[in-house]
Design a protein around this ligand. Structure first.
Ligand code: CA
Length: 428
């Protein structure tokens, strides 16, 4: 993926708040869906503290860019995603020129603070991978201290099919789930609110153009099927999970809610922050050819810093800032996003525009970068003490979890993702 004039760190916008904006400078141009007051849902692009509705951009664009803006102007971005990378790149080039300093056009903008952000696409299917190797190791250690990773881990990009209906945009409150719990300390299972509610810091992958059933996507072509990325919180009820997942995978422990950041950061915006996939440690098996592509290994990973913050009711009351629980990076994934796409389809499964993948929890190698409380508190056995003296094993009612991400590189304008946040409400 090549860099062009849209990535120039010196490029400025006539939208003055975009210049030097920590997340949405003119070099980012993330896509989303918003509404104002009781108005309809509309596609738009974030620029500084404003949104440019794509419908407002249409009269100022030509050719493929105009077609793409029309496709994205409605209540979901699925039709735009379906058009693939060429249309998306043309739209980026057109929007960049339209919003750049020196452009004579002045389309109407909407203030971000006046807008409600919605799901960017209608999600047909959601799949959650398990590609964060440090998380897989830490979680596995709790059950198998000597062999935390199962024998398939380094051969198969492990995943399960999740629940699309309960995915919600950032800011939607999260109801503590009820379910069956059976801790080792209790002789019989009981039904009630989860006592071990947790978050999982993940990267979300939006699928662009899909594939026909029975026609797998080749690894070398897989990146062309990714429309963008977001932050994803795979809320997890550990006590429900421990009891129900014997032997099948997550069900009620994870299907009550998944939160995402509402802006779709495109592969083009992330081009300056591409990274080589970290070399596989000595002795790891060579992946099968359908998972291996030299270009993907050379530049198929991303270098994004991921931050998890906690804001408790007591901290809110005292007007304190959220406290950081961890800082990790997307380079801690064992499989690339292209490998996930290739693996998902190798058996013949068809992907559709607007399908969503979770990467799996991303943890660094050290405690200050663990992506879930399960790891930080060792399954609740070692509570953490917050700066204000409060302690936590797992999340309590009223706790708010905030994810942020930031990409920085020498010679590139830094960009961000916007927040993915959710507050826990008591079980009903
Ligand atoms: Ca997960």
């Amino acid at each position: 993926m090549s860099l062009d004039a849209t990535h120039d760190p010196k490029l400025k916008s006539w939208v003055t708040s975009a210049n030097g904006h920590a997340e949405f400078p003119i070099q980012n141009l993330p896509l989303g869906v918003f509404s104002v007051k009781d108005g309809p849902k509309r596609g738009g692009v974030a620029i500084g503290d404003r949104i440019l509705p794509l419908a407002e951009a249409v009269p100022h664009l030509k050719g493929a860019a105009k077609k793409a803006a029309k496709a994205g102007a409605g209540a979901t971005l699925n039709a735009l995603f379906a058009m693939g990378p060429g249309a998306r790149q043309a739209l980026r080039t057109g929007l960049s020129a339209l919003l750049a300093k020196g452009s004579e056009a002045r389309p109407d903008l909407v203030k971000l603070k006046d807008a409600t952000l919605h799901m960017p696409a209608s999600i047909g299917d959601y799949t959650d991978f398990f590609a964060g190797i440090n998380h897989a190791t830490n979680a596995g250690k709790q059950f198998r201290p000597d062999t935390p990773l199962l024998p398939n881990y380094k051969h198969v990009p492990v995943a399960y099919h999740g629940r699309a209906s309960s995915i919600r945009p950032s800011g939607t409150p999260v109801l503590r789930p009820n379910g069956q719990r059976k801790p080792a300390s209790e002789p019989e299972p009981s039904v009630g609110p989860s006592r071990n509610l947790d978050y999982e810091m993940e990267f979300g992958v939006w699928i662009g153009s899909g594939n026909a059933q029975g026609e797998p996507i080749a690894i070398a072509d897989a990146a062309n099927h990714i429309a963008g990325y977001c932050l994803l919180n795979d809320w997890s009820a550990r006590d429900i999970q421990g009891w129900e997942a014997q032997p099948l995978g997550p069900f009620l422990a994870k299907n009550f809610c998944t939160s995402i950041s509402p802006w779709v950061v495109t592969p083009e915006a992330l081009a300056p922050f591409r990274a080589a996939q970290p070399p596989r440690p000595e002795g790891d098996p060579q992946p099968f050819p359908y998972l291996w592509d030299e270009a993907d290994q050379a530049a198929g990973a991303l270098d994004c810093e991921l931050e998890v913050l906690l804001l408790t009711p007591a901290m809110k009351k005292a007007k304190e800032k959220p406290t950081r629980l961890s800082l990790a990076n997307t380079t801690h994934l064992y499989w690339t996003f292209a490998q996930m796409v290739a693996h998902h389809t190798v058996g013949g499964c068809n992907l559709n525009p607007g399908d969503l993948f979770g990467s799996g929890t991303i943890s660094s190698t050290t405690e200050d970068g663990f992506g879930a409380l399960l790891e930080i508190t060792q399954g609740g056995r070692k509570p953490i003490t917050l700066p204000n003296g409060e302690t936590r094993r797992f999340l309590e009612d009223g706790d708010e979890i905030i994810f942020r991400a930031r990409c920085t590189r020498e010679g590139a304008a830094p960009i961000g993702f916007g927040e993915c946040r959710g507050v826990i409400l008591p079980a009903r």
